[in-house]
Write a protein that binds this ligand. Structure first.
Ligand code: ZN
Length: 158
């Protein structure tokens, strides 16, 4: 069994401790930040797993590369790649939503919200429809991202 610990400076005064433990094929990871303590996949561990030394204040920044070599074949690798994909989709969804929003007046946006609740798709113009679609999609991909993160957190704890 091998263990690597990092101190990561987050929003609190005291740095958080992110731990990675390799035991055979299994990789587990813990973090003392509020998200980590509450069983959520946090940016500190995701960052390190992605090979980023950002925020690390302990002197073993180069160990990030070692943790990265622990990934292949682990459950964490799969879950992490699902999170990456979901993040890309979520970012694209937000972009589409913003673009769709820009082509609408605020009154249009309100109308779409109203129409969506009682008569989806009818009596709205193309731009309004595009916005409604983008909004639904953005919501769906956000949900997908949060499910992927939940799963990553689950597999990180072995
Ligand atoms: Zn954390």
């Amino acid at each position: 069994m091998e263990e690597i610990n990092f101190l990561v400076q987050g929003s609190a005064a005291e740095p958080y401790k992110a731990s990675f433990i390799k035991d055979g094929d299994s990789l587990t990871a813990f973090c003392t930040c509020p998200a980590g303590v509450n069983g959520r996949a946090c940016k500190h561990r995701i960052g390190i797993l992605n090979g980023s030394g950002k925020g690390i204040v302990s002197e073993n920044v180069e160990d990030v590369q070692k943790v990265k070599t622990w990934l292949p074949g682990s459950e964490v690798e799969e879950a992490l790649s699902a999170v990456r994909k979901a993040e890309l989709l979520a970012a694209a969804g937000k972009k589409d939503l913003n673009a769709a929003k820009k082509s609408l007046s605020s009154e249009d946006v309100e109308n779409v919200q109203k129409v969506k609740t009682w008569l989806p798709g009818s009596a709205i113009n193309e731009a309004q429809f595009a916005f409604a679609k983008a909004e639904l999609l953005a919501t769906a991909v956000e949900k997908n991202l949060s499910a992927a993160k939940k799963n990553l957190s689950r597999v990180m704890h072995g």
